[in-house]
Design a protein around this ligand. Structure first.
Ligand code: C2E
Ligand code: MG
Ligand code: MG
Length: 953
């Protein structure tokens, strides 16, 4: 504030110009400090709601005075009037002029400095202009202070000037932009579009209160004192906030600087190259790092070549400056005072570095030993913090880190970027950078005291032009480059926890996938296995499954540990007849229902079915006294099956084999149970007798072929006779096995076995041929050729070549005196087609000349339809019918009718098994012609039969 303004201000106070309040807060607990804010129409851009550093200063001062700052915006004149009227408490940014002391009381400590600046288009370059007669057109703002030094400075540079007044800064800026003025004179900081050409004047500025407001003045002075102590750098910080050079300033070199650079097209910059990623030599021996970007930028902006003189230490760098090898030291710590005392001059700082601690992972002790490598860092910052005997200097960053790693020192202080790089590089796995800022240093360029001032000012201008962002950005970029190049090992060293965590996650994912895969595989396998393990018709488990799951249990229980463990087999009697008559599904249904029911039984361990043989198997655990009644009940429950609307009886029988008696495996136990079931009607227990029989059967099977070759099978002959005359009319051939090993065996012992294993085919042909031979030889021996009937197993009905083989024998021996006996069961075959085939077979045999006997007639389900379908020659009534007729009048009628039927069908009728004369008489009275039985003659050896023949024929 200067005198001319003051008059105007006083006038404003008198005229009582209307005023207004900007601040509105009323009910604050703290007293308000109403600050008159001098609002210029165009001022520096507001930052965070404040407008300039003086206003910020007042707000902070209010904080220290325990008051709440309220800004009251108005013009300069208005503020003066308000201070007088008491509507505001304080005005900031007032220069100290004696005249003002009548109205204001000044604060004791200046709050900042007010600079009056001359701005010119092109800055100082304007002074290089050749034309010095045309006046420079300078703009000022009406009512604003204009420094009297303006004229002096322009005169000194040799320029006349003219002044143009503008209403406000906006109008001034517009005139400048339109080229109507060459520059301006202002007493505040200007927008960036203007370049400063000269500082005209700098005066301390103060806050003022209304004259006599001693209480407020004291309060604010006291607060200012405390603030100055607490924040010695407040002004610098605020200056930075508003005016720090963030780059982008136009680089305006004047003629002296330009001339210097033209004369020195190549500059030599010493660089201390021992800090990555900040300053180092790369693999190609090129200068690299964040500082490289600074050098490139300076070189490009100043239009000079910069050659780097790499040195290992600051000492070497100063030596290079001293011997002229280098013009400038690129990276030295900014410290103007140090520079002057050591005969150097320094540029403005171009970079700020923040230092952090590097320690071992375990941290540092309370009184740590400090490793450092930069001499000046040790002499200055570190020596202020640590005792001399706790500081150890090393030759390089690496050496000092090694010292910490080895325990020779406890902590090293490095630039954050360098610390980060070194610990990330992986060479010092045991070290960590804690990242917090311990202190900061600034880096500037240094040159000898006798260096040309034009070089210094050119570099300063360049630094202002670049701003600190160039250095910060370049170093950040370098750091990124290094981070990208980190090995996994480095990450592992530095972040083992993340690494292990990550590795853990990966392992977990792999384990989970593997587990899922295994589970899926298991499920699929289980599914497949389940398909394999089930009987398709009943969907119950099959025999193979029982054997697999049950065998371990049986094995463990061998030796009687589990005496109630048993195998059970249940089957339908004569399943082939049922299947042939009603279809296989009926058997499957019986097995399914029985199996399911059995699965629910408390004694059942595992249950399975085999529909191909219409069998249900189970591994059970129950004592005989419980099991047998339970099985009986179960068989009774399931022995009928509904087929369409008909209920069909399906008789079932069961066998039980306890696995521990004697110890055996499950498969054997199952077979034994099955064996015990045969003919059990309804439940049979496999016992030692059956066991012996089983053994015997297996022995028979193994020697059957040898026995045939050794001619152990013999045909015996049982005579047939005419009942009335007792005349022998022929014989039945009955086979006997006189085994060297097993002794004498009747056919009941081995025929069923051979029917099962197919050996019957060979045996029957053997016997047939034997009988044929007998008949062929009979006349030669003087014997009559009486018919001999040979039993033919029903198994032949299944043999493809049966007829062919018979035909061959017939071709050799003829059929004279040979009859064939077939039982009804030969026609109990599966399905119509097989039945038709069986009938074909019989017809073929008759066609060859055989007469056919229907053996065992009346023993089972006698099929009268068959007799009609198939014209047979002899009806052989079974012994059971004879026995039944003895005790029952009704059965005798059946016998009588049966005989009559035979005769009606043009058959001979013979009855088997006559043992008594009463039987014989009964048969005669029933009309039966022929007989066979012990009464007349037992089966006898060939020789005996021959003798018998001679006697009875
Ligand atoms: P089958 O053909 O019904 O033979 C009659 C069976 O009754 C014979 O038993 C015979 O010895 C027996 N028998 C005869 N008279 C009497 C009697 O008065 N009282 C009693 N209780 N039994 C009498 P065998 O010889 O033990 O033969 C049994 C069965 O073996 C035969 O029954 C037959 O089906 C079969 N068989 C015998 N030899 C052969 C053969 O060479 N081939 C085939 N496929 N089966 C044969
Ligand atoms: Mg017979
Ligand atoms: Mg018979």
């Amino acid at each position: 504030m200067h005198a001319s303004d003051w008059k105007k201000a006083a006038a404003l106070v008198c005229t009582g110009v209307a005023f207004f309040f900007a601040g509105t807060a009323q009910a604050a607990e703290q007293p308000e400090l109403r600050i008159g804010v001098n609002v210029l129409p165009v001022l520096a851009d507001p930052v965070d709601g404040a407008r300039d550093l003086n206003q910020d200063y007042m707000a902070i001062l209010a904080n220290y005075a325990g008051m709440r700052a309220v800004y009251v915006s108005a013009s300069w004149q208005e503020n003066l009037a308000r201070l007088q009227s008491g509507e505001i408490d304080v005005i900031a940014n007032i220069t100290d002029l004696p005249a003002r002391h009548a109205f204001f009381d000044y604060g004791r400590i200046p709050m900042s400095t007010s600079k009056s600046m001359l701005y010119l288009r092109g800055g100082t370059q304007m002074f290089d202009r050749a034309d010095r007669t045309t006046p420079l057109r300078i703009g000022v703002i009406r009512d604003q202070y204009t420094s009297p030094y303006l004229g002096m400075v322009l005169a000194a540079e040799g320029f006349p000037y003219t002044l143009s007044e503008y209403e406000d800064r906006k109008a001034l800026a517009a005139a400048y932009a339109a080229g109507r003025i060459d520059g301006c004179s202002l007493d505040t900081a200007m927008p960036k579009s203007l370049q400063p050409a000269a500082a005209l004047q700098a005066d301390p500025v103060y806050f003022v209160v209304k004259k006599g407001n001693q209480e407020l003045l004291d309060r604010l002075n006291s607060a200012a004192s405390r603030l100055a102590l607490a924040r010695p750098m407040l002004y610098a910080d605020l200056y930075d906030l508003y005016h720090i050079n963030t780059g982008g300033e136009a680089l305006m070199l004047d003629h002296r600087e330009r001339q210097y650079l033209e004369e020195h097209p190549t500059l030599h910059f010493a660089a201390v190259v021992n800090e990555r990623p900040y300053s180092y030599m790369d693999g190609n021996g090129e200068f690299a790092g964040g500082l490289r970007a600074i050098v490139d930028r300076v070189s490009a902006d100043l239009g000079v070549t910069i050659e780097i003189v790499p040195v290992d230490s600051a000492e070497d760098a100063y030596a290079a400056l001293a011997d002229g090898t280098a013009d400038v030291l690129l990276n030295s710590r900014w410290s103007p005072g140090w520079a002057i005392t050591h005969d150097y001059k320094q540029t403005a700082p171009y970079m700020t570095s923040y230092f952090t601690e590097v320690t071992r992972r375990s941290g540092k002790p309370e009184d740590p030993m400090v490793a450092y490598w930069s001499q000046r860092l040790g002499e200055t910052t570190l020596s202020k913090r640590f005792d001399e005997d706790h500081l150890k200097r090393y030759a390089s960053v690496e050496d000092s880190l090694q010292a910490v790693a080895d325990g020779h020192a406890d902590v090293a202080y490095l630039r954050q970027d360098v610390a980060q790089y070194e610990t990330f590089a992986g060479r010092f796995p045991g070290l960590v950078a804690n990242g917090t800022v311990a202190f900061a240093t600034r880096t500037a360029m240094t040159m000898p005291q006798d260096a040309d001032p034009a070089l210094l000012s050119a570099l300063d201008k360049e630094i202002a032009h670049m701003g600190q962002e160039v250095a910060n950005g370049a170093i950040a970029e370098e750091r990124q480059k290094f981070l990208k190049n980190q090995s996994i090992g480095a990450y592992f060293y530095n972040y083992p926890q993340y690494f292990f965590f990550g590795a853990g996650i990966v392992a977990l994912v792999i384990a989970l996938s593997f587990w899922r895969y295994r589970r899926m595989k298991k499920r699929t396998e289980a599914h497949l296995q389940d398909i394999i393990d089930r009987d398709p018709a009943t969907e119950l488990h099959n025999l193979a499954w029982i054997e697999r799951v049950g065998s371990p249990i049986v094995t463990v229980s061998k030796g009687g540990k589990d005496p109630y463990l048993a195998a059970v087999a249940v089957h339908a009697m004569r399943p082939d007849i049922i299947a042939g008559t009603y279809g296989r599904e009926v058997l499957a249904a019986v097995c399914r229902e029985l199996g399911r029911d059995m699965e629910l039984a408390p004694w059942a361990v595992h249950v399975g079915t085999r529909t191909s043989s219409a069998e249900v198997f189970a591994l059970v655990r129950a004592e005989e006294a419980v099991l047998v009644p339970a099985l009986r009940e179960m068989l009774r429950k399931h022995d009928a099956q509904r087929v369409g609307r008909m209920l069909v009886r399906i008789p079932l029988e069961a066998g039980v084999c306890y696995v521990g008696d004697p110890p055996m495996d499950l498969k054997t136990a199952m077979n034994n149970a099955s064996l015990a079931a045969h003919g059990a009607r309804p439940v049979g227990i496999f016992n030692s007798k059956l066991q012996r029989e089983t053994l015997l059967m297996s022995r028979m099977e193994s020697i059957q072929e040898d026995a045939l070759a050794r001619r152990e099978f013999h045909v015996w002959y049982q005579p047939k006779y005419e009942l009335k005359t007792k005349r022998c009319i022929g014989a039945e051939a009955l086979v006997r096995w006189e085994s060297k090993e097993l002794g004498f065996l009747p056919p009941g012992k081995f025929i069923p076995l051979f029917e099962g294993n197919g050996f019957i085919s060979q045996l029957d042909f053997y016997n047939l041929e034997h009988v044929m031979q007998f008949q062929r030889e009979a006349p030669g021996k003087g014997l009559p050729v009486l018919p001999i009937s040979v039993n033919q197993s029903r198994q032949h009905m299944r043999e493809e070549d049966y007829i062919e083989r018979v035909r061959k024998l017939v071709a050799e021996y003829g059929t004279t005196g040979v009859e064939l006996e077939l039982t009804e069961t030969a026609f109990d075959v599966l399905g119509e087609a097989m039945r038709a085939h069986s009938i074909d077979v019989v017809e073929s045999l008759r066609g060859m000349g055989f007469s056919i006997d229907m053996d065992d007639f009346g023993s089972g389900y006698s099929d009268l339809a068959l007799l009609n379908q198939l014209p047979l020659d002899v009806m052989k009534i079974d012994r059971s019918l004879l026995l039944a007729s003895e005790g029952s009048g009704r059965m005798r009628i059946v016998l009588e009718q049966m005989i009559a039927l035979g005769h009606a069908l043009d058959m001979h009728v013979i009855c088997e098994g006559i043992e008594t004369e009463e039987q014989e008489q009964m048969l005669i009275s029933c009309g039966c012609e022929y007989g066979q039985g012990y009464l007349y003659g037992k089966p006898m050896r060939r020789a005996d039969y021959e003798a018998f023949l001679r006697e009875h024929a």
